[in-house]
Design a binder for this molecule. Structure first.
Ligand code: 3HC
Length: 311
């Protein structure tokens, strides 16, 4: 890229300006945005699977209605994000093809199973809690369509987190068996939730450039720390124990010292060797095949409507 154009672009970023789709941008800026927004969208869509697993088995009509609404929201989040990615010159079909052939990722967290009803609470409380921690700063990201998508998504995420925490509260204050289920869910989702923030800053390959271009506003470790500091008191309020015997308050830093996740497990999951990677990809491949007739019908209808408008 032309050094003068690059310098002018960086000056716009440093001035806190929003970059819009039709404006000049370095090819690498476009590429990393397609990567991050596309994978964010894939995460929303694949993220529906662990929760969808419990819609027909929710314990009450109210919990079923809440879970239905949340899963439907996630589909909408995926839609906003695919639309934001399309403004960068990539089609949703391209992005879906790259998801299905393993060339694009989705968040590691969705490769863990939801084994009990309490897991649905842990997902809302911890996974959506981590997602909020990550997405609130992204509202200020430099790319206009991504920032605006984040503003809309964040409005719905707080409902996702609150309903999950309320579900955990009901379990933790219920029978001994229910409290044990809530503790088991926390035990299994705690470290995978910490992995959602990405590798440690020293291992992160994109952070430096993404921070320079204000695509990423905070580093992975900063947001992980904020998440731990916010979540520990919430677990204490429920009478649940964070599964980390090294967790200790550090007065000096004004935050909790905690054990890092097992990063070898993280990279195994990214390689496709997590508990549910195969199931998730098969479910998405089946949905893509099963939906082909419907997509073709929509396109045929759109062509006919366009032809009628021209005639
Ligand atoms: N799962 C899968 N891949 C991950 C990951 C995770 N938890 N964390 C990092 N990675 C990948 C990165 O994508 C990158 O691989 P790539 O080059 O093939 O894309 C590699 O690991 C190195 O990580 P970096 O830290 O260098 O990458 P980033 O700068 O992109 O940071 C990120 C990773 C913090 C996830 C950032 O991409 C981001 O903020 N993305 C937007 C938010 C997002 O995608 N959240 C996913 C959850 S969405 C969700 O939870 C939905 C909610 O409604 C339930």
């Amino acid at each position: 890229d032309d050094p003068e154009l690059l310098a002018a672009f960086q000056a716009r970023i440093d001035a806190g300006e929003k970059i819009e789709p039709k404006e000049w941008m370095p090819e690498a800026y476009r590429k990393t945005l397609i990567r991050q927004i596309g994978q964010h969208a894939h995460s929303e869509i694949v993220g529906q699977l662990p929760e969808g697993n419990w819609i027909t088995r929710a314990p009450t009509l109210e919990r079923k209605a809440i879970l239905l609404a949340k899963v439907q929201d996630e589909a909408g989040h995926g839609l906003y994000l695919y639309c934001a990615a399309e403004t960068l010159g990539v089609s949703r079909d391209d992005l879906t093809e790259q998801l299905l052939n393993g060339r694009m990722k989705y968040s590691s967290i969705f490769n863990y199973p939801t084994l009990t009803w309490a897991d649905i609470g842990a997902v809302g409380w911890l996974v959506d809690g981590a997602a909020i921690m990550n997405q609130v700063p992204l509202q200020r990201t430099s790319f206009g369509p991504y920032s605006r998508a984040m503003i809309r998504i964040c409005k719905e995420e707080s409902f996702h987190q609150r309903q999950g925490y309320d579900l955990m509260r009901a379990m933790a204050t219920g029978t001994a068996e229910q409290k044990a289920m809530a503790q088991d869910a926390l035990n299994r989702f705690w470290y995978p939730a910490l992995m959602m923030f990405g590798p440690s800053d020293k291992e992160s390959i994109h952070s430096t450039q993404s921070m320079a271009w204000r695509i990423k506003i905070n580093t992975n470790d900063e947001l992980r720390q904020k998440f731990v500091d916010q979540t520990v008191p919430q677990a204490q309020y429920l009478g649940l124990t964070i599964p980390d015997e090294n967790l200790v308050w550090n007065d000096e830093k004004g935050g909790w010292d905690f054990s890092e996740p097992d990063w070898s497990e993280f990279y195994e999951v990214l390689k496709g060797n997590g508990p549910c990677n195969t199931d998730r990809m098969e479910a998405r491949q089946k949905a893509w095949r099963d939906g082909e007739w419907f997509r073709e019908g929509l396109m045929a209808h759109a062509r006919k409507s366009a032809a009628r408008r021209v005639a």
